[in-house]
Each structure stands twice: as C-alpha cells, then as structure tokens.
Ligand binder design. Sequence first.
Ligand code: SAM
Ligand code: SF4
Ligand code: F3S
Length: 477
Amino acid sequence: MSVEKIIEKSKQSEASLIENPIKPSGKKLFLESYGCAMNFSDSEIIVSILSKEGFTTTKDFNEADVIFMNTCAIRDGAEMRVRKRLTDFKKVKKTNPDLIIGVLGCMAERLKSKLLEEEKLVDIVVGPDSYRSLPELIEIAESGQKAVNVLLSKEETYADIAPVRLDSNGVTAFISITRGCDNMCSFCVVPFTRGRERSRDPETILKEAQELYGDGYREVTLLGQNVDSYLWTGGGLKKENLSTEELNNATSFAQLLEKVAMVNPNLRVRFSTSHPKDMNDDVLHMVNKHENICNYIHLPVQSGNSRILGMMNRGYTREWYMERIEAIRRIIPGCAISTDSITGFCTETEEEHKDTLSLMEWVRYNFAYMYSYSERPKTLAERKYKDDVSEEVKKRRLQEIVALQQIHSGERTRAGLGKIHRVLAERISKKSSNELSGRNSQNTTVVFPKGNYKPGDYVNVLATDCTNATLIGVVVV
Ligand code: SAM
Ligand code: SF4
Ligand code: F3S
C-alpha cells in the first residue's frame, strides 16, 4: 500500500476512532518505551489508538501478538540498547512466526526503511508523527509484507486523542504541549527525528488537564522540547508570519501556564524543558504568581563555555545563561534548578571543560542529567566538526562533573532539613509499605510515614533526615 493510501485510510480511521465503539480483537500488545518523557507520553497515544482497535496491553512479551519498541536516537548508546533488546524478541518470533515486531519513535524516524535491512526480524517502522496509521500498518504486516511510515508532519499534535495512562500512579501525568523542535543545536538529532515545532491548541490542553483532575490526578507536567517557544496562533501559523494584532491575540507559554494553573488550585503544574535563550521573565513571574505552579525549572546549559556554546548553536553565552539563573533567583526565591550537560563536545579543551565545572560551582544545581558527547549522523556537528576528544577524556570529564554534582545535590537536599514541605503523596515507598513517597514543589523526593494518608493527598512534612537526594520526615498537621 502506498504511503498516500495509508494516510488516507488513517484519516478515515481518525474519524472512526470517535464514532466506533471498541472492537474486541483479543490481540495483545507489548510496548516498551525508551528515551525522554515525550516518548513515554507518545506511548500513551499509541496505546489509545490501538485500544480502539481492540488491543489490550500485556507486560509479558511471550504472550504478545504485537511487540512495539518506542525508541530513542539521542545517543549511540540509546540505539544500541534497542538493537540488543531486539535479540530477546528473536527467540519469541521463532516460536511464534505470526508475531509482529515494530520499531517506533525516533530511531525509526532516523533510520527509516534502512532499519528493515539491518534488523531482519522487524516488520514495521513508524515515525513519531505517523501513529494514526498504526492499525493499517499492522494489517499490512499481518499479510506478510513489511510496513513503513516515517512521514513527518507540520500539523500533527494528536490533540484529539485521549492518552491511555500507562504505569500510572493515578496522581501525576504528562501533557504534551508542543511537538518537534525548530532549534538546530549542532549535536542534536531531535529536529531530524521529530520534525518542525508545532504548538497544540490550548483548549485541548485545558480539557486534558480538567479531565485528569476529575479522574483524581493532582499534578500535570507540560511537555515540549522548548516549552518557552509555545505559541498558539489559532492553528499552524508561524510567529514570523503574524501581524502585531495576531501576535497580541496568540497564547504564549506564560499565558498557557496560567490557564492550566487555574484549572484547580489543587492541581500542581510542572513543565519541561525550558530553553535558556527563550525563557523570559513573564514565565518566571507566572510561576511566582500561582502557588500551584511548582518552584522548579529544568534549564539545560550543555556547556559552561561560550565558545563551545557557540559551536553547539545553542543561541546563548555563559553570561546570558548566568543572567537567566539570576532572574530565576530574583523572581522565584527558593526555586530549584536542574540542568543537562555534555562533556567532550568537539574541540573542547581542558580549560573549557573547567568552565563547565566553575559554572556548576556558581549555580549549585539541585540536580543534573550529564552525558558525554555522542556524535549523531546528519547533525550539524557531524557535518562540520571533528569528534576529536577521545572517549577516555570524555568519560573522565563526565566523571568529574558527576562527582561535583553529587556534592551539590547533597548540599541542596540537606538545606531542606528542619523545614516543613508541602508534599504531594504519589506512591507507597519502594523501601517500606508503611511509608509514602512524594515530591515537594522543588521536585525533591520526600518520604514519610503513611498513617491514614494515600497517594493524591497533600501532606505537610517536617524533614528530619535525608540521603543525598531524598528527604525523610514526619507529618505535621
Ligand atoms: N530540548 C532539550 C534542550 O534543549 O535542552 C533537551 C533535548 S535532549 C532530548 C536531552 C539532552 O540530551 C540534551 O539536553 C543534551 O544534554 C543531551 N544530548 C542531546 N544530544 C546529545 C548527543 N549527541 N550526545 C550527548 N548528549 C546529547
Ligand atoms: Fe535538541 Fe536543541 Fe531542540 Fe533541545 S532545543 S531538542 S537540544 S535541537
Ligand atoms: Fe526523546 Fe530520544 Fe527522541 S530523547 S525526542 S526519544 S531522540
């Protein structure tokens, strides 16, 4: 079947998603997700689409009719993990030749039909904007053919599809507000795997938040690769093409945040990821204005050196980034800050690496995700620069930033001792069934005796003890 036909059919199935009651097919789907929160959020869309086709999910791949891996391509290691996992499924396919194996998401989009040549047992390859065509692609695979749809879209936001919450604690949920990314950070594969940035209609975001609150959820995290560039202009129009009047009528990220915060004062709002070049004071003032918008900002720096930031095409300097940190501290006192960092980017010298360490010393982040640079095919860096820092040096630099971050994380956690934290209880603690675990506004995990409380309750906890990343306390009324 041609791609055009698949799209046509999937448009029809889009309509039938709404009209038709669930058809019981008795088929079982095993879905494994990798990568960032956006990918996990997409998996909830995938399950929603297939549950309308009568699929149920299973946690045991041995009993599955369809195995899907929703993959990540951000670093080479992420793809290696998927390839390794595929070997586990090879054994199942031997005993069940009708089993359908699909690779979905960013790795599928990056490799396209090449993946079918490289991994013979894969039947379906689907990119992140083509999930509506999954029922048709499964049909094609069932007829014994290979099926691929990796078309990227400028409009698709899956806004009308109600996600099926997976592995949910019933308290916290993700809501996607944008898809794709229009930045071209030179190290990053995301613009190639997820396409152009598009914002989702705020009405559908609000509806999702309201429904979640009605279902007992008490926290939503608004997701986008760069939430600060969210802009709803009434559909499709880009900022550059708007008149001043149209721009005034558009919904910005700060305005969206306020709308979501006003769904209910008992619904906590978080968001990720903020981009240093776009995070403006309006957003910070909005966080400060609403008690239920959490005092936590994830602001990836990537490097503490301006020359490297320039080569990374991040659109800011060390000084600009520091000013943004000062703005957070000024406007939202007590706000927790976390970051992403990459060591050993092309041509990074020892001095430049030390700039990352000194910036970390200056910010003293609450938390950080740290990586060593992994060259990705087709990216700007791969085409323009030499990946000339040895693996050994990359890893040693990584160890240095990890060690420093450990110190800062411990310091930040200990600063919470002796204070009362408003905690949203999320789950029974992993260590003891007599304890609940949740987070405070600053995103620090807090563990406390369960008593008569349950997930979804807000509890005031006096922190009396801690580990490096967790506060332990007692309930105060
Ligand atoms: N959009 C977010 C931003 O701009 O910060 C994050 C995007 S990415 C999904 C998450 C993190 O992976 C990045 O912040 C970066 O630190 C890391 N990353 C991306 N490409 C990488 C690469 N080629 N090698 C190592 N780390 C990488
Ligand atoms: Fe990648 Fe940069 Fe976009 Fe983040 S902002 S997804 S790092 S291109
Ligand atoms: Fe996320 Fe990995 Fe794709 S980090 S956007 S799943 S490349």
